[in-house]
Design a binder for this molecule. Structure first.
Ligand SMILES: [Zn+2]
Length: 322
C-alpha cells in the first residue's frame, strides 16, 4: 500500500518536473525572441499609383480644374457698366454651354475669380497681338492627377483702337478660358486664338467637352501610400510611412490600421486633416509582432470605409516580412 502511494508520488513529482521544464523552456524561448536582432531592411514595393498626367494638349497642365462646380467671382466696382455686363455675359455663356459649372457673383474678394479693370490698354507690338485682357489661374495646387485651381484673375483693359468691338464677349470668354486652364489655339475660328481678328471666333468644342469631362467628376479626396520604409529587428518593426491625399478636396479624419496575417491589430492610428496635394510622414517605432514568426503584415487606410474617395483600391498594401 505504502509502496504504491510512493510510486504515485514519484510519478507526480516527475510530471511536475516536466511541466516546470517546459515552462522554463517556453519562457527562455520567449525571452530569446525579445532580444533585439540585427536590423533587416524589408523591401516594400508601393505601387506607383496611376499618375496619369498625359497632357490633353488644350490645357496648360493636365487636368486643371477648380475643386467645386459652383465657382464664385467678384468684379471690381471700378469696372464700368459695359465691362461688367460683358464679363457677366461671358460667365453666363460658359455656364450654359458647358452645362456642368455655375458662376455666382459674390461681393468680396474671397471669390474664386477676381475681375478687375484698367483704363489703359497694352499692346505687344513685337508679337503683333493685342492684349485686350489678361487672365489666368493664379494659384494652382498639384495633387495626384490634378492641377487644382484655387484662385483665378482676369484683368480687362480698354480695347485698343484697332480691335473690333464685338457684340459677343470674345475677349472676356478668352480670359475666362485661360483661368480654367485652357491654352491658346492656332485655329483661325477659335476664340482661343491669340489674335482676335473676327467677332465670329467661338469656343472650341474640345474645350466644352473637356470642361464637361473635368467637372462631371465628383470632387473627392484620395488617400494613398506614397512610401514605406520598414526595418525588422527580431520581433520589432520600425517604420516611416508617407501617406498622401492625391484627390481634389481635403479629408478630415481617417484611420491607419496595421494588421498581421491572422488579422490581429498591431497598430491603429487616427490621421487628422490631410489637405489635397498634401502628405504626412508617420514614424512608428518598436511595433511588436504578436507572433515573432509572422510572415506578412497588412496596411490599411480607412479600413472601415467611412470616406468616399476617387480610388479605394490604393488604400491597401501587403508586405512580406520573410
Ligand atoms: Zn490669351
Amino acid at each position: 500500500m505504502l509502496k504504491k502511494s510512493k510510486g504515485l508520488l514519484n510519478f507526480f513529482i516527475m510530471l511536475l518536473f516536466f511541466f516546470c521544464l517546459i515552462l522554463f523552456l517556453y519562457i527562455l524561448y520567449d525571452f530569446y525572441q525579445e532580444i533585439p536582432r540585427e536590423p533587416i531592411n524589408i523591401e516594400v514595393n508601393v505601387p506607383k499609383s496611376y499618375e496619369n498626367s498625359t497632357k490633353n494638349g488644350i490645357q496648360f497642365q493636365p487636368n486643371m480644374k477648380f475643386n467645386h462646380k459652383n465657382i464664385t467671382y467678384y468684379i471690381d466696382p471700378n469696372c464700368d457698366e459695359n465691362k461688367k455686363k460683358r464679363m457677366k455675359d461671358a460667365f453666363r455663356i460658359l455656364s450654359s454651354e458647358s452645362g456642368v459649372i455655375r458662376f455666382d457673383e459674390v461681393f468680396s474678394d474671397y471669390a474664386d475669380i477676381e475681375v478687375s479693370c484698367s483704363n489703359n490698354y497694352e499692346s505687344d507690338g513685337e508679337k503683333d497681338f493685342f492684349i485686350a485682357g489678361e487672365g489666368g489661374a493664379k494659384e494652382i495646387i498639384k495633387s495626384g492627377n490634378y492641377h487644382v485651381i484655387t484662385k483665378g484673375v482676369i484683368l480687362l483693359f480698354d480695347y485698343p483702337y484697332r480691335l473690333a468691338k464685338c457684340e459677343y464677349p470674345n475677349v472676356e470668354l478668352h480670359e475666362l478660358s485661360h483661368v480654367l486652364g485652357f491654352d491658346h489655339s492656332n485655329k483661325k475660328d477659335s476664340l482661343m486664338n491669340p489674335l482676335l481678328n473676327s467677332c465670329s471666333q467661338r469656343l472650341d468644342y474640345e474645350i466644352i467637352k473637356e470642361i464637361r469631362r473635368l467637372y462631371s467628376e465628383e470632387d473627392l479626396p484620395d488617400i494613398t501610400f506614397e512610401d514605406i520604409k520598414l526595418v525588422k529587428s527580431g520581433r520589432y518593426l520600425n517604420m516611416n510611412l508617407t501617406i498622401k491625399n492625391k484627390g481634389v478636396i481635403d479629408v478630415d479624419s481617417f484611420n491607419l490600421s496595421i494588421l498581421d496575417d491572422e488579422n490581429r491589430v498591431l497598430e491603429e492610428k487616427e490621421i487628422k486633416n490631410l489637405k489635397f496635394g498634401g502628405g504626412i510622414i508617420l514614424n512608428i517605432e518598436f511595433l511588436r509582432l504578436k507572433n515573432p514568426n509572422t510572415k506578412k503584415i497588412m496596411f490599411f487606410l480607412d479600413k472601415e470605409n467611412k470616406i468616399k474617395e476617387l480610388q479605394k483600391n490604393n488604400n491597401f498594401l501587403e508586405v512580406r516580412l520573410i
